[in-house]
Design a protein around this ligand. Structure first.
Ligand SMILES: [Zn+2]
Length: 299
């Protein structure tokens, strides 16, 4: 079977017998594109893959307008980790680090760490932000307690990433069965969690989505909805870079011009797009005073 056909997709499904809904995301090329941006140490690459796939999973059961992002900042060597999925299924992500990362890389042992989930439309200023508690070592369990704490529906997550793929599976108990006529037995939620617990990372990464769901839940009447395609993409633009430079102020812009023989080069960390500005461009952009907006991936 050619499993590449099943890559970069989000599947929503319902386990009718148990009254549970789910999302399964499998990333191939999208993940490889993100992972190729830097020489990530192994554990950080895995955490980035898990975060990227989680950002898509979390869009599965909400009505998203704009984008959903997962962002981790710490005071230690892992400076920043950012993953984003938009309502159109456009995804990007990156991590920044400095020096040696702690090994193992556990979320609950990161110095001064804050993780936030932001949902909404940045340009229109409509945003919701929730903080993820970091009492667990791994991202999956941390997000499970986020769901429990934010009084959303209980959720169970599996997140896995290797060199080629990143895969995520999320189950959520439906409230009054989501208005769907289903025959629900009382211990359905426990039963499907046990079934999910039989799935290891290796199998999750190796098997195509539909096969995987069938293997795990064939006795639960899986109803699969139409798959949503996901793709790599960036929202950077020359205008956004100009805004970022303006927010730095004249002194910094002039120092940058000085340091680089009269040319500023800005490379987007997400997509490697190059933006260059000479003295004339710089004068022009500094002459316009607009409220600046920093871009998380620009350097
Ligand atoms: Zn970009």
């Amino acid at each position: 079977m050619d499993t590449s056909l099943a890559d970069d997709v989000l599947h929503r499904f319902v386990l009718e017998k148990a009254g549970v809904r789910g999302v399964l995301v499998r990333l191939g090329p999208v993940w490889r594109e993100v992972a190729a941006r830097a020489e990530y140490p192994d554990e950080l690459r895995q955490l980035l893959g898990q975060s990227l796939v989680a950002s898509a999973l979390l869009t599965g059961n909400i009505k998203l307008e704009g984008e959903l992002s997962l962002e981790l900042k710490t005071q230690g060597p892992l400076r920043l980790l950012f993953a984003e999925c938009t309502e159109q299924g456009r995804m990007r992500g990156l991590a920044r680090w400095q020096g040696d990362l702690p090994a193992p890389l556990r979320l609950d042992q990161l110095e001064g760490a804050v993780m936030a989930i932001t949902i909404g439309n940045v340009e229109r200023g409509q945003r919701y932000q929730g903080l993820v508690g970091l009492e667990q070592a791994a991202l999956g369990p941390a997000l499970e307690s986020y769901f429990a704490r934010s009084e959303q529906l209980p959720a169970k997550l599996l997140l896995a990433a290797d060199q080629n793929h990143a895969v995520g599976l999320m189950l959520q108990r439906m409230p009054d069965h989501g208005g769907i006529e289903v025959e629900v037995d009382a211990d359905g939620w426990d039963r499907v969690q046990h079934l999910m617990a039989t799935l290891g990372d290796e199998e999750a990464l190796a098997v195509a989505p539909e096969t995987l769901l069938h293997r795990l839940f064939h006795e639960e009447n899986v109803r699969l909805f139409e798959a949503r395609p996901l793709r790599f993409g960036c929202s950077c633009s020359r205008e956004r870079v100009q805004r970022m430079l303006r927010s730095l102020g004249r002194d910094e812009v002039e120092a940058a011009l000085e340091a680089r023989n009269g040319e500023i080069e800005v490379i987007c960390e997400f997509c490697a797009e190059r933006y260059t500005f000479d003295r004339v461009d710089a004068e022009h952009l500094l002459a316009v005073e607009l409220p600046g907006e920093a871009h998380p991936g620009m350097q």
